[in-house]
Write a protein that binds this ligand. Structure first.
Ligand SMILES: NC(=O)c1ccc[n+]([C@@H]2O[C@H](COP(=O)([O-])OP(=O)(O)OC[C@H]3O[C@@H](n4cnc5c(N)ncnc54)[C@H](OP(=O)(O)O)[C@@H]3O)[C@@H](O)[C@H]2O)c1
Length: 300
């Protein structure tokens, strides 16, 4: 089974290629492509990109992910997050192949009081969330054989993410202020990649999960403040010092894009559909990713 993975320079796309290379994708040939080979902003070229690889399945973690910048770059965000996936889904439909598409908790407005289920009404607060939501809708219309996997608060040892920002800033400062009224679940890119590989393996075995929209994150929930504390809990012994993290409100840290106050995702539908799906607490995943980041620093 040959699987084309987009966005290989990204956190999730990169993790998928690495994990498959380490043997987790046994019997599955992963062909990772970057923007140079499949540009979502060039929908007219997507057919050619698929024909060059001739995959049996496409996984699309590539996206315009600059949440704040998107407020100024609406057209580009919609081109990459709506029109690109729409064209990709149409190309998959023409070739009779499936599409696994990665989406986001930011499709919700965050006024919920219990973890969001896949069927809960969407109401994105910003351009990025709106563009991702539009991409989901376009895929549902164009292609029956789709899995839309919403995830949240993605981070990895490498890449622009909250953990790496905290480690960079916390190294130089004794005190930081971090938002404590946005609730969600930090999710390691490697865990998302593992879940996608598990979904592909069951599909290959002829026992795939039914098409539709699902949620996948690590187990548990926290706030950005809680996540920062957990990062410094691990960094403290390495650095021999630990910065103080002050809890602030979203109102005290204005950003161009509004963010949901509560975007914990209910993952039970996916776990019910695939009980063998790997999952662990966000803290256990952080232990591993933090260690990988420290190891990368040592060898750099
Ligand atoms: N990051 C989060 O916290 C988060 C949270 C929830 C959901 N998600 C979703 O999870 C998925 C993976 O996120 P991530 O954190 O792995 O993203 P990421 O690290 O920001 O990587 C994005 C990837 O998309 C590629 N890309 C951007 N524009 C493209 C285009 N026009 N054509 C082809 N590729 C393009 C980038 O390539 P270049 O290197 O060439 O720019 C990069 O490989 C995305 O769909 C995102 O919406 C992310």
């Amino acid at each position: 089974m040959r699987v084309l993975v987009t966005g290989v320079t990204g956190q999730v796309g990169g993790a998928l290629v690495r994990l498959a290379g380490e043997g987790a994708g046994e019997g599955i040939e992963i062909v990772g492509v970057g923007r140079d080979r499949l540009d979502l902003a060039q929908p007219g070229r997507i057919d050619g990109a698929l024909d060059a690889v001739r995959p049996d399945l496409v996984v699309n973690p590539a996206a315009y992910t600059a949440v704040d910048k998107a407020e100024q770059e609406r057209d580009l965000a919609f081109a990459i997050n709506r029109d690109g996936p729409a064209a990709l889904a149409a190309s998959c439909a023409e070739r009779g192949i499936g599409l696994v598409h990665v989406s986001t908790d930011y499709v919700f407005d965050g006024t919920g009081t219990r973890p969001y289920r896949p069927e809960d009404p969407v109401a994105p607060l910003g351009v990025y969330g709106a563009s991702k939501e539009a991409g989901e809708t376009a895929i549902r219309h164009a292609l029956e054989d789709h899995l839309i996997l919403r995830t949240a608060w993605v981070y990895a040892a490498r890449g622009g993410n909250f953990m790496n920002t905290m480690l960079r800033v916390g190294k130089d400062r004794d005190e930081l202020k971090v938002v404590a009224d946005q609730h969600g679940t930090p999710t390691a890119a490697v865990d998302i990649a593992g879940a996608i590989l598990a979904l592909i393996r069951t599909r290959r075995a002829g026992d795939g999960v039914a098409p539709g929209t699902y949620h996948y994150t690590a187990d548990g929930e926290t706030t950005w403040h809680g996540f920062a504390e957990a990062i410094f809990e691990r960094a403290g012994p390495v650095w021999g010092r630990r910065p103080t993290v002050h809890a602030i409100t979203t109102a005290e840290y204005p950003t161009p894009a509004r963010r949901p106050g509560y975007s914990v995702l209910d993952t039970s539908a996916l776990t019910a559909a695939l009980p063998s799906l790997p999952h662990r607490s966000w803290q256990a995943a952080l232990d591993e990713v933090f260690a990988a980041r420290m190891a990368a620093e040592e060898t750099a």
